[in-house]
Design a binder for this molecule. Sequence first.
Ligand code: AMP
Ligand code: MN
Ligand code: MN
Length: 317
Amino acid sequence: MSLLRTALEHTKTAVVLGHMNPDGDCVGSCLAVYNYVRDCFPQVEITVCLDRPAEKFSYLNGFDQIRTEVPEGLQADLCICLDSGDRDRLGDFLPLLERAGKSLCVDHHITNTRYGDENVLEPDASSTCEVLWGLMEEEQISKATAECLYTGIVHDTGVFQYSNTSVKTMEIAGKLLGKGIDFSTIIADSFYRKTYVQNQILGRALLESILFCDGQCIFSVLRKKDMDFYGVTNKDMDGIVEQLRSTDGVECAIFLYEKEFQEYKVSLRSKKKVDVSRVAAYFGGGGHVRAAGCTMNGRIHDVVNNLSTQIAKQLEE
Ligand code: AMP
Ligand code: MN
Ligand code: MN
């Protein structure tokens, strides 16, 4: 029996948490567990708590049930933490983990700190949704749960493009198609569709990007004043760093946006050589070998210099 089943068996109340600024794998995995538990353990009262996810994920069943603030007095028997490499990434919802009777952490970040009572960690899995597939009974996965799992896999693999895609990933995706999901619409609407302003800031980030390290690295930044001008937020940044990485000759891409004055969200991506999880971890963040992130403070010039020093070390190795 899987750890998920065992954990749910003697549970009356469960809370599901993911990381701050949730991406497709985070929203997908949280709602996959929500739907699975509703279907298979109807006696369990389950609540999903997340920062407000992007509207493009609103087709997922349970999206409108997501609590975006800590529910008063909620003390769950079981806390399930998904796609979150460390406790701090749970953001405002961390107290719900601390208050819970027991916890289960399911994740695929190589930098995961094993902060759950039980941990199911698969750094080679494409996504947390892929790990979850292994914890669910295939015949008990409904179409609604399949839509969530498929969404997570699609987003973390860049529609089966990134190097984290494996034979197993494709086999699972195939089985999810067998559940009758509208995969074309999921991919088109949640991954490729952009609003007008999202395309505008993508264009702006590309236009202002700078190549360095003999063209092996590329960097771009969006300042707060420009984000305000276009009326965009952190939810509108998906895909920018991947587009930068696709530049011919580039090994490593850095994209920053300003969260607060001189506080930057850093996204790092590489193609074949640089282990960006090491770079991000050095600056207090984490992630995967080819995709990682952190938050850094100071002047842009200094932030980029500090990052490029760490990246250059690896390029010289
Ligand atoms: P992002 O650049 O935000 O898309 O993140 C790339 C990967 O790194 C994702 O798997 C994130 O979960 C992870 N990540 C991003 N920021 C952080 C952080 N501050 N701490 C730990 N992991 C992070
Ligand atoms: Mn994620
Ligand atoms: Mn993930």
